[in-house]
Design a protein around this ligand. Structure first.
Ligand code: ZN
Length: 220
């Protein structure tokens, strides 16, 4: 019995994770084989008023849904590296980099409410996009503030979402978006109501062009 326990401890030190896909002991939380099964599925939307285009790199389903859910809601921070590397790799595989690589473009994360940030302990959007922004020699511009701690909106209809998101965001006092080209960053695009609420605030103050980039998109 003691010997079995010892072997288990030894293995868990060598391979401290169980692969989320195949359940094999690994040194990462997703093995290379399972990682390669994650195929991107680019979706582009142009139906959100005030937003030129949205780009989502993966369909929000299967293993990546599991990965993102565990990372964000179960706070399994080990998934951070996998998720952010997927973002980086897939961005260069699928997207016209010139659309994003403009010296004046600002990259603005959709912010968490301070209360939710304290509860979670990290901002998943900033973490997911960090390697990508580093590679573009860009920084996150946290100039949008979330005033209302809105609940998860996936069970709400369009009217309820609009009502909940009314006056949910404001801009930092020192920030002038007039004439700026902006890429809004988020982890998942669902109905698009949240990014649209942020875009409305930016548009009202004269922002010139808004594109949205998310890791996952939900088919609507
Ligand atoms: Zn695996």
């Amino acid at each position: 019995m003691i010997f079995i326990q010892w072997v288990k401890t030894f293995f868990s030190l060598l391979f401290p994770h169980v692969c989320l896909g195949c359940r094999a002991w690994q040194d990462k939380s997703l093995c290379q084989t399972c990682l390669l099964t994650l195929s991107p599925q680019l979706s582009i939307r142009t139906d959100l008023e005030g937003i030129d285009k949205t780009y989502s790199l993966f369909a929000y389903e299967g293993l990546i849904k599991h990965l993102l859910h565990d990372y964000k809601l179960n706070k399994i921070i080990d998934h951070k590296t996998i998720v952010s590397e997927l973002m980086l790799r897939t961005f260069y595989e699928l997207l016209p980099v010139d659309d994003f690589f403009n010296p004046d473009t600002l990259f603005i994360p959709v912010p968490l409410h301070p209360k939710r940030l304290r509860q979670r302990g990290f901002d998943q959007v900033k973490q997911i996009f960090e390697p990508l922004l580093n590679s573009l020699n860009k920084k996150c511009s946290p100039v949008v503030i979330r005033k209302k701690n809105t609940p998860f909106l996936h069970t709400f209809n369009k009217k309820e979402r609009e009502k909940t998101l009314k006056d949910a965001f404001e801009l930092a006092l020192s920030f002038d978006p007039n004439g700026k080209t902006i890429v809004l960053l988020d982890d998942i695009l669902t109905s698009g109501s949240t990014v649209k609420a942020v875009a409305d605030v930016l548009r009202k103050r004269g922002c010139a062009r808004i594109t949205v980039l998310t890791l996952c998109g939900v088919a609507i």
